[in-house]
Design a protein around this ligand. Structure first.
Ligand SMILES: [Zn+2]
Ligand SMILES: [Zn+2]
Ligand SMILES: [Zn+2]
Length: 174
């Protein structure tokens, strides 16, 4: 018998073939509301809800600083393989969920985007603070970038300002 179009179980489940509740348990989260937030975020960006994506969002949102791919690999352990991680990072960057910042060694690190970012444009117009001692990168969301008035005929694609110095923790150690 064919299922009626108005199948009573939420249509979201058919679309993603994924149930939110078991996910929360699989990822090992005690607080369901955070996961709900991530699930909403993924759907908002028209992305399928998958465990690697949720795991990555959880780790990145818990860190105060931007994280590099090697560090993410270590934190995820066997949960997500390298190729999947690479793809998830690329997708998130493309969709406006994460933005990339290069540290002092040229290693790419990732931090969560503001809600203003989407798949067409990033709007992470804030200063990044890089600690020269621990190499941690902080998004200083409250410090906005200056407006760049380009000469006629130029087109702006991105602006980045890195402030380098000692973070509060390293400064306190001196
Ligand atoms: Zn962004
Ligand atoms: Zn530091
Ligand atoms: Zn940032």
């Amino acid at each position: 018998m064919a299922l009626p179009n108005s199948w009573p179980i939420t249509p979201k489940l058919q679309e993603n073939n994924f149930t939110p509740k078991p996910t929360v348990e699989t990822v090992g989260l005690s607080t369901g509301c955070i996961m709900e937030k991530f699930i909403r975020l993924l759907r908002q960006h028209k992305l399928k809800v998958t465990q690697p994506r949720l795991s990555l969002l959880k780790i990145i949102s818990e860190k105060e600083t931007a994280i590099s791919q090697p560090d993410l690999e270590k934190m995820l352990g066997d949960a997500v393989d390298r190729v999947t991680l690479y793809r998830v990072l690329a997708t998130f960057e493309e969709k406006g969920i994460l933005h990339k910042i290069f540290d002092l060694h040229g290693t790419a690190t990732y931090a969560l985007c503001s809600t203003a970012c989407d798949e067409h444009h990033h709007h992470d117009e804030h200063v990044h603070f890089i600690c020269s001692s621990c190499n941690n990168i902080y998004c200083l969301d409250d410090i906005k970038l200056p407006k760049i008035n380009l000469p006629k005929g130029y087109q702006l694609q991105s602006v980045g300002i890195n402030a380098v110095g000692l973070c509060a923790e390293c400064k306190a150690k001196i």
